[in-house]
Write a protein that binds this ligand. Structure first.
Ligand code: AHR
Length: 491
């Protein structure tokens, strides 16, 4: 047992936690959309307009705030006009990035907005800059947001959507340094400026335009983009960083079979997110000291070797308690950087990479990662407050801080989220509270062996339970078992 001292000062309000930090990503990749979220209206799986009801309900439960679509790499190959109108006559294409499968375009713009409406989340549309045209992107914006009076808006009406949708988040390209066109940042910045000029604000809709940002630690990309774009062109720039346990994209490591050293390197590589946000943030501060431009971490999560026997292009992987710790560490980091980070999107929502949800036919399970989003949902729209945690390390060869934490206050309720990242030691936490009066404390915990996961035979093997914490003399105390994630709520 290790003793940990914490101090939370609720008078010290650091920044606002935008709900979109708890955002998600759904690409036309493997079984994320097709045979995942979207089963079609004729499916025997209970659905609303082809969208699985159990998934809608699960997304609503965690207050899923924003969903990014249609990619990813797929976005820069996607031609939106192929995905509207009569389904039978929609043009087919080959999904060259993900398994070379035939895309029948039965899930398109109208279906995506219906999904967002059913979930109650903001849509985030990623436009095609890599292989599309300016006309195409500008007409897509028109289709989605112009009330009427043009052939494009009439086309939307003919397709059953009389009223335009509200679209705030518009990405202009994806990974244009890689799958989105292998561009240099100087070239991309010029392309971005042209493309964004023709994405107009129609009918009272105001776009929040997001430029393609850096891959991981490509600080030069951020520098060039910030130098060439300003708040009149762009509201956000994206950052992609994945946790790859081995650091080797050829052999990333298994989702389920790993030793404790591999676990500690996985968490250590996850914590590198903090360095990335700090360093990209420092570059952004030089050009944008007022924080007008947001950093959007629109792809993050663990990326392992695919599950044996599955299509290598489908990126299907299991999700253990290790992923829960990774999710908790990342979300605490995003909260702590919420002055600059205004959105983050886990890759991906269903059946792909570090998924929230896995499906098999009619069956659906919530992963340990899903439960972390559930435990952390109280932070959405809260005010991040000062939270100190004493240094204690975990791990043998690779050492990491033992505890990950953050705290926020909203409507007189304090949410404290903690992860005990040690596989060996419990943590005896004693947390002093300043500037916050409360008389009730409740908590929930997610804990299991680090290798445990949910599957279709044991869907609740890893699930949160009620937990007891003590509130005495203005301090909270709790005992966190090894490998656990805890949410404490104080009123
Ligand atoms: O999330 C999977 C892929 O990872 C996305 O399509 C791409 O943007 C990134 O490289």
């Amino acid at each position: 047992m290790k003793k940990i001292s914490m101090l939370i000062n609720a008078r010290d309000r650091v920044s606002h936690i935008n709900p979109e930090i708890y955002g998600h990503f759904s690409e036309h990749l493997g079984r994320c959309i097709y045979n995942g979220i979207y089963v079609g209206e004729d499916s025997s799986v209970p659905n609303t307009d082809g969208i699985r009801n159990d998934i809608i309900e699960a997304f609503r439960k965690i207050k899923l705030p924003v969903l990014r679509w249609p990619g990813g790499c797929f976005a820069d190959e996607y031609h939106w006009k192929d995905g509207i109108g009569e389904k039978a006559s929609r043009k087919k294409m080959i999904n060259t990035n993900w398994g070379g499968v035939t895309e029948d375009n039965s899930f398109g713009t109208n279906e995506f907005f219906r999904l967002c409406e059913l979930v109650g989340c903001e849509p985030y549309v990623a436009g095609n800059l890599g292989s599309g045209t300016i006309e195409e992107l500008s007409q897509w914006v028109e289709y989605m947001t112009l009330e009427g009076g043009s052939p494009i808006s009439e086309m939307r009406k003919k397709n059953g959507a009389e009223k335009p949708w509200k679209l705030k988040y518009l990405g202009i390209g994806n990974e244009n340094w890689g799958c989105g066109g292998s561009m240099r940042p100087e070239y991309y910045a010029d392309e971005y400026r042209r493309y964004q000029s023709f994405c107009k604000n129609y009918s009272g809709n105001e776009l929040y335009k997001i430029a393609c940002g850096p891959n991981s630690d490509d600080y030069n990309w951020t520098e060039v983009i910030m130098k060439n774009l300003n708040k009149y062109h762009t509201k956000g720039i994206s950052l992609h960083y994945y946790t790859v346990p081995t650091g080797d994209w050829g052999h990333k490591g298994s989702a389920k079979d790993f030793d404790s050293e591999c676990y500690y390197t996985t968490v250590s590589k996850t914590l590198y997110m903090d360095t990335l946000l700090t360093r990209h943030g420092e570059i952004m501060n030089r050009y944008d000291p007022d924080h007008d431009i947001g950093l959007i971490v629109d792809e993050w999560g663990c990326w392992y070797d695919v599950e044996e026997g599955t299509n290598p292009g489908f990126l299907y992987q299991q999700n253990t308690m290790r992923d829960a710790i990774v999710a908790a560490c990342n979300l605490n980091i995003f909260n702590r950087h919420s002055k600059r980070v205004v959105m983050a999107n886990l890759a991906q929502a269903v059946n792909v990479l570090q998924a929230l949800i896995l499906t098999e036919g009619e069956k659906m399970i919530k992963t340990p990662t899903y439960h972390v989003f559930d435990l952390f949902s109280g932070h959405q729209d809260g005010e991040l407050v000062y939270c100190y945690c004493s240094d204690e390390t975990a791990g043998k060869d690779t050492k990491i801080p033992m505890i990950s934490s953050s705290a926020s206050v909203k409507d007189g309720v304090m949410t404290i989220t903690l992860a005990n990242c040690s596989l060996e030691d419990s943590a005896e936490i004693s947390c002093g509270l300043a500037g916050f009066e409360c008389s009730e404390a409740s908590a929930r915990i997610l804990t299991a062996d680090v290798h445990d996961f949910n599957d279709f035979d044991a869907p609740e093997r890893v699930a949160p339970t009620e937990y007891s914490v003590k509130l005495e003399n203005g301090a909270v105390s709790a005992e966190l078992p090894p490998c656990s994630v805890v949410c404490v709520t104080l009123k």
